[in-house]
Design a protein around this ligand. Sequence first.
Ligand code: F6P
Length: 333
Amino acid sequence: MEKQVKRIGVLTSGGDAPGMNAAVRAVVRTAVSQGIECVGIRRGWNGLINSDFVPLNASSVSHIINKGGTMLYTARSLEFMDRPGRDKALATCRLLGLDGIVAIGGDGTFRGALALSRQAAEAGLTLQTVGIPATIDNDIGCSHYTIGFDTACNTAIECIDKLRDTMQSHERCSVVEVMGRHAGYLALYVGISVGATAVLIPERPLDFDQDIVEKIRRARLAGSTHYMIVVAEGAGSAVDIAKRIHEEVGIDPRVTVLGHIQRGGSPSARDRETASRMGYRAVMSLMEGRGNRVVVTRDGSITDMDMEEALQMVKPFPMERYQILGALSITRD
Ligand code: F6P
């Protein structure tokens, strides 16, 4: 017979993402609705190591659905990567009487969750974990969508639209660097949405002549007097790209690195709604005895899958969108 779930922990780990609060709220409120107690673990896995926690009830998560960041704080824990760190974390799990943990973050967070539940099993403790994908990078193989991506795209778009106003007035070239770590999802979606002249992504080797010089030349021939180049941080540095444009095209670009501004702000409808459904699903998965799972989106539906399998998945990059970008940047017949 399945062990009855009486108390669970919830934590956010890794880089924060808008919508993490909405996911915490959904986990807590779903747990309460099922008669399960909930404890917030603060500062990611470090909170388990250091017994840094806070009891949560339905009202503790009021008025956070609209807030960026995470009320539980977040961190990347080096100590948790080793067994002695996880032993300390297990001591806190025992102290709190946790039956399960919902870990909200990226695949590093899920790897930590899996290692913890395995180590718990070796020590004779049943501790089920469920992961919820949340990162502005949208780079988690198992899930089509990750919480925070939509808000980050919208933030970047808003900034770039503003940049375009001044670039247009001065007839300049703008080189904007967006986040995304080793992935180009953010850059590609943003590039399409702002009508960029060119987008550089790590998934595609850079051919400077074709990807930049030629695109600027074509835009210039078509009558453009300003150019917007979006660079994914994983594809190179905007400063270096701008320098090369200056040397090879003879124009003097301005560089903007959007940086952490993309991680902040009130989550979009898509992020709040997805986070709410994912948080609900995570708790129901624990309730129904499905542990070591990751909640994922598949073509808009929410489901959950085995965590180990999830961690091995590679998401195909939507390269057809890159072709779309090329077609849409043609401004003259
Ligand atoms: O993974 C989210 C992310 O914002 C990446 O896009 C970026 O490369 C990284 O985190 C930045 O991390 P930090 O906040 O530690 O500088």
